[in-house]
Design a protein around this ligand. Structure first.
Ligand code: ADP
Ligand code: ZN
Length: 609
């Protein structure tokens, strides 16, 4: 079969996405590949399709066990024989799988990096016909990546021992130059074909909000999207417990995930989410790597994460099916402090030399700063993200909160000057809260203790709301008229540019959101957001029926509903109303294999409405 035919037969898709074809062609031509593609772009197809066209076995090296299980299950669903080898198997299962592997039963085998250099595995690998090695999450090999794993360094050692060198494909969503170079060098790629596909995920909507009450914001959002699956990311385990507990008390079917839970609970909770028994997952960043739940409709960050790489990866778990999805970040100043603490603490946990650690820490601080600026900017959020990953964005995307907010230029020179004078006259010794409280003329214990109520700037901005002052302050930091120290205590300092602002002739303006009328509540439809514009109210009964059938099948086969068919496929069925095999095969996401398993039942459902 050709690659197109394989794509259609096994995965049910008609066309390749950007970048996929070139990678597949290179691998088939025996050329190593280094592919940088954002989360959700479709990396797996890039090695799964050529794996099916090669004579020998493809080994997929992947860092997380949950990822392997999920991928293998999906492949089996698509009629492809695959297996995984990792520590979740009992010894008996492990040796059985190896025996089958030796007998050539699998075309794709997922393996954890720690396994590679074990005796039993080597024994198999040395005699097997291995055509390709695909390294997933390849940035794990680099110390500059966000999640360095020393066991990834074993990959090159393993390859060197093989009698015949297979072609190697490395895949990652991390785009920085250092990481790319490390991957090529440490995996020993030979003159690789390098490709970076667009980082833009057009179906994702981005927003940053600074609500007074984060919990209420999340709670209301969930109530407005009762049928959607979503992930709430929190920075700490404690917060996961707190938020999840409150949601459950408020009658929402939420579940939780963090490294402090037992393996069993984590697995159960994850399954509850994947199988749609729970709509909301509250988790730390320990959750999600390798979870290919394609119909996650929103990802809310309860806290700002510590870098853009992490943010985009986590946010990118929304809308992998290509349908509209929302990524909302709830920012508060405290998040910066918590992240700083986490960065400092990371120091004791790693076995790295002091010098290396200093570098890593400096980089982490810089990354945190860039993340913070994302939360402050009033420009297009998508553009900010794309620029961060080294691409040019349009300055207006129309699908982020900033693009949709009406701003007006306002003169903030007076407030800016007051801030700078206040920092200067108090000796550059205090944090943000003290400075802003002074300007507002607050009478807190700290203000009295530091005698800031005697400062010449005390109360000069008393009429300006606190959140507005905050925005102006953040803007000054963004524009480098002020800066914050990052050695544990965040102290406000002047910069070389500060003084220029004090001149009367210097006018500083910034974009401020216009005060807006509260939005009218739209009538709620039970159709998923992705169907809006595609399906009308009259299609709703059929859509709900197909959805129910999907759930029924998922329960019978003990697989997640989206593995039967995606929402997109169901929507397409509502539009085409297929009455026979040929028509059913025209529906996106319906391949030959799935047609044989489910086609008839869905045709019946469509026809017998
Ligand atoms: P990544 O590993 O890059 O995060 P995945 O490989 O998990 O992304 O793919 C994300 C989603 O996109 C999956 O649901 C996958 O089935 C889907 N997908 C991949 N390639 C295509 C394609 N050519 N057409 C339609 N959907 C695709
Ligand atoms: Zn935008």
């Amino acid at each position: 079969m050709t690659k197109q035919e394989l794509l259609k037969t096994h995965f049910g898709y008609d066309t390749f996405r950007e970048g996929q074809e070139a990678v597949i062609d290179a691998l088939l031509a025996g050329k190593d590949v280094l592919a940088v593609m954002p989360t959700g772009a479709g990396k797996s197809i890039c090695y799964q399709v050529p794996a099916l066209m090669m004579k020998g076995i493809t080994l997929v090296i992947s860092p997380l066990i949950s990822l392997m299980k999920d991928q293998v299950r999906s492949l089996n669903q698509a009629g492809i024989s695959a297996a995984y080898l990792n520590s979740s198997l009992t010894q008996g299962q492990y040796f059985t799988a190896l025996r089958y592997a030796k007998a050539g039963r699998y075309s794709i085998i997922y393996v954890a990096p720690e396994r590679l250099t074990t005796e039993a595995f080597l024994d198999f690998a040395l005699s097997a016909d291995i055509s390709m090695i695909a390294v997933d999450e390849a940035h794990c090999v680099s110390q500059w990546g966000q999640d360095f794993r020393p066991s990834y360094l074993k990959i090159a050692e393993f390859v060197a021992q093989l009698p015949k060198r297979p072609v190697i494909g490395a895949f990652t969503a991390t785009a920085t130059k250092e990481v790319r170079e490390d991957i090529a060098r440490l995996l020993g790629l030979q003159d690789p074909f390098c490709t970076t596909t667009g980082f833009d995920r057009e179906n994702l909507y981005f927003a940053v909000k600074t609500p007074k009450d984060k919990y209420k914001e999340v709670h209301d959002y969930i109530l407005e999207h009762p049928d959607d699956s979503g992930i709430i990311y929190c920075l700490t385990r404690k917060l996961v417990e707190e938020v999840c507990g409150k949601l459950i008390r408020d009658g929402i079917t939420a579940t939780r995930y963090h490294a402090g839970l037992s393996d069993e609970e984590r697995r159960n909770n994850q399954d509850d989410f994947i199988y749609d028994r729970c709509r909301v997952m509250v988790a730390t960043n320990a959750f999600g790597m390798g979870i290919d739940k394609s119909d996650v409709r929103y990802v809310i960050h309860y806290n700002m994460p510590k870098n853009m790489e992490g943010y985009y990866q986590e946010a990118g778990r929304a809308g992998r099916d290509g349908d509209p999805a929302e990524c909302i970040l709830l920012y508060s100043g405290k998040d910066v402090v918590t992240n700083q603490y986490l960065i400092e603490r990371g120091q004791d946990n790693q076995e790295m030399e002091a010098a290396a650690w200093r570098l890593v820490r400096e980089r982490d601080q810089e990354r945190l700063k860039q993340m913070t600026f994302y939360c402050f900017t009033h420009d297009c959020l998508r553009e900010y993200i794309l620029k961060y990953f080294g691409e040019y964005g349009k300055s207006y995307c129309g699908n982020c909160l900033n693009c949709q907010t009406e701003f007006e230029e306002q003169d903030v020179s007076r407030e800016a000057r007051a801030m700078i004078r206040c920092v200067e006259s108090s000796g550059q010794r205090y944090g943000v809260t003290v400075i802003l409280d002074t300007l507002r003329g607050a009478s807190t214990a700290k203000i009295r203790q530091y005698e800031m109520d005697g400062n010449p700037e005390y109360g000069v901005c008393a009429k300006i709301p606190a959140h507005r002052l905050r925005q102006i302050f953040n803007y000054l930091v963004l524009k480098e008229y002020l800066y914050l120290t990052d050695d544990g205590y965040t102290i406000v300092k002047l910069t070389a540019a500060s003084r220029s602002l004090l001149e009367e002739a210097h006018i500083l303006t910034m974009k401020m959101p216009k005060e807006q009328e509260p939005k009218k509540k739209e009538k709620r439809s039970r159709l998923p957001k992705s169907a809006v514009g595609e399906l009308g109210e009259q299609d709703e009964p059929l859509f709900q029926k197909l959805r129910a059938l999907r759930l029924e099948i998922a329960r019978e086969e003990k697989i997640p509903p989206y593995m039967v068919f995606s929402d997109k496929t169901l929507i397409h069925m509502c539009l085409l109303k297929p009455g026979n095999e040929e028509e059913m095969l025209n529906v996106t996401g319906v391949g030959r294999h799935k047609y044989e398993k489910y086609g008839k039942r869905f045709i019946d459902a469509v026809q017998k409405l």
